[in-house]
Design a protein around this ligand. Structure first.
Ligand code: ADP
Ligand code: MG
Length: 310
């Protein structure tokens, strides 16, 4: 395997057996690599198969097909080395209520066989901004702190790869920002990061490359900026003098969104529509334009476009 590759997923499939001999194909022939030092995003709606893939890496779900190689180790042949090479922050937040963060991290380090002298508990607490809470009872920790504690837990054996499954789901805005900063900081220190999210903005903000997964299949995979520019969507915003409802479409291709401050926004495909045409149609509806702003599409547009027809 190429040295610079941190994770290799090749033709991986997972079919869950359900009751009454039914089955559900959660992953269908997934193939991608993650490079060392990257922040890689696995982006997709709920039920897309993200957690299934993460849980295969974590060993709690057994794949039905394919090959997984983590940091040079084959999952089927060297599961222990694979486990040592990754830290997983699971989607579900459940932390043992009886221990303080510091104690919990010590126990975890013990479970991974990290010698006392090699433990970096204080450093991890600091990195995850939990130093103040090191000796507090778990019940005094907010949801965001508990999530950061899960991140801390995943780091005790200093794995070169950290995998975060929906790290900010259910976390409030401030703590979300804090958590993302923690992730960036870890990446700056050389840790390869893989995260799943259904928050497009998060992937856009953080990730070097993004794979979009839908119904168990990869539907797009590229550098974040390429993913955005590949798609021809653009957005134009109008501030109008006489704000009023003119329906939800200007024509078959032009969807209208009503914003605050007398603004409306229209997404268009630059291969189909042009600005002049849009302005004409707006005026035709009797709106008086005060100001015009254009912007490129964000990932949300890309995402909708890619997952719509599947
Ligand atoms: P995501 O994390 O992207 O929301 P999941 O991997 O959790 O998606 O789920 C993918 C699909 O597999 C969903 O349809 C889900 O209902 C199903 N699924 C997940 N876990 C199990 C399981 N243990 N048994 C049966 N079906 C499952
Ligand atoms: Mg999930």
């Amino acid at each position: 395997m190429n040295n610079s590759i941190a994770l290799e997923i090749k033709n991986v499939g997972k079919t869950y057996k359900l009751q009454d001999s039914n089955s559900l194909k959660a992953l269908d022939d997934i193939t991608f690599n993650v490079k060392q030092g990257e922040i890689f995003g696995l982006l997709g709606p709920n039920g897309a198969g993200k957690s299934t893939l993460i849980n295969i890496l974590g060993g709690t779900v057994i794949k039905s097909q394919g090959l997984v190689n983590v940091w040079g180790f084959d999952l089927d042949l060297n599961p222990r080395q694979v486990r040592a090479s990754i830290g997983i922050v699971p989607q579900e937040v459940n932390v043992d209520p009886f221990f303080t963060p510091k104690k919990l991290l010590d126990i975890q380090a013990g479970m991974y066989g990290v010698a006392k002298k090699d433990r970096i508990t204080d450093k991890i607490l600091e990195l995850t901004s939990l130093t103040d809470k090191a000796d507090s009872y778990m019940r005094s920790l907010s949801g965001g702190m508990r999530r950061r504690l899960l991140l801390a837990k995943a780091m005790v054996h200093q794995p070169p790869i950290l995998i975060l499954d929906e790290p900010t789901a259910g976390v409030d805005v401030d703590l979300r920002q804090k958590l993302l900063e923690n992730v960036k900081e870890l990446n700056n220190q050389g840790v390869t990061i893989i995260l799943t999210t259904h928050y497009l903005q998060e992937a856009e903000e953080l990730c070097d490359r993004i794979a979009i997964i839908n119904h168990g299949k990869i539907v797009a995979l590229d550098k974040t900026e390429n993913l955005l520019s590949e798609i021809h969507l653009k957005k134009i915003k109008f501030k109008v003098k006489n704000f009023k409802n003119i329906g939800d479409k200007l024509d078959d291709h032009l969807k209208i969104e009503y914003l605050k401050n007398n603004q409306i926004s229209i997404k268009y495909d630059k291969t189909i529509s042009n600005v002049e045409d849009i302005i004409f149609k707006i005026k035709e509806k009797g709106l008086e334009i005060e100001d015009i702003m254009t912007e490129d599409a964000d990932l949300e547009d890309v995402f909708i476009k890619l997952t719509k027809n599947l």
